[in-house]
Design a protein around this ligand. Structure first.
Ligand SMILES: [Zn+2]
Length: 153
């Protein structure tokens, strides 16, 4: 069977990625940090093993607010592209909007359902996780426990 290949690109086209194989996880995300970072009421994240995503020209620029988390974006057009969490080893999440064929990626769950905006309605039967949909490395913990305000000297 042929290996699946997908392509992603930002709004201006400066950043392009080739993605190999099947994504291991696709979820809606109602998280408030992601809402701020991305600018939409919710997003869909597509999870791939890090080594299956190749940026062909240059990689996204990254920004980190929460220790261990890097959000990737295009410095030219501002498209949100990626999310990498140190607590999720060898995983990268790609925004659905970055994909050239977003219709091929169907979510399997809702994450951070407790943060869903009250006027967002879904009639689907997908599982609704109140918080994170994926387990983090116990040594690193969950992002909400890593916020800078929580640090003690
Ligand atoms: Zn761009």
């Amino acid at each position: 069977m042929a290996v699946r290949f997908e392509r992603g690109s930002c709004f201006c086209g400066a950043i392009v990625a080739e993605l190999e194989g099947e994504p291991f996880w696709i979820n809606y995300d109602h998280d408030d940090d992601c809402r701020k970072a991305i600018g939409g009421p919710l997003t869909v994240w597509i999870g791939y093993p890090k080594d299956k995503v190749a940026f062909t020209n240059k990689g996204p620029r990254t920004f980190s607010k929460t220790p261990g988390i890097e959000r990737g974006f295009c410095p030219d057009c501002g498209s949100s592209i990626s999310y990498v969490d140190a607590g999720l080893r060898n995983e990268i999440r790609i925004t659905i909007g970055f994909m050239d064929h977003p219709e091929r990626f169907k979510p399997v769950a809702h994450g951070s359902w407790r943060m869903k905006l009250p006027w967002v309605d879904f009639a689907d039967a997908l599982p609704r996780f109140p918080s994170y949909t994926r387990e983090r490395d116990v040594a690193i913990g969950y992002p909400d426990k890593r916020k800078v305000e929580d640090k003690k000297d």
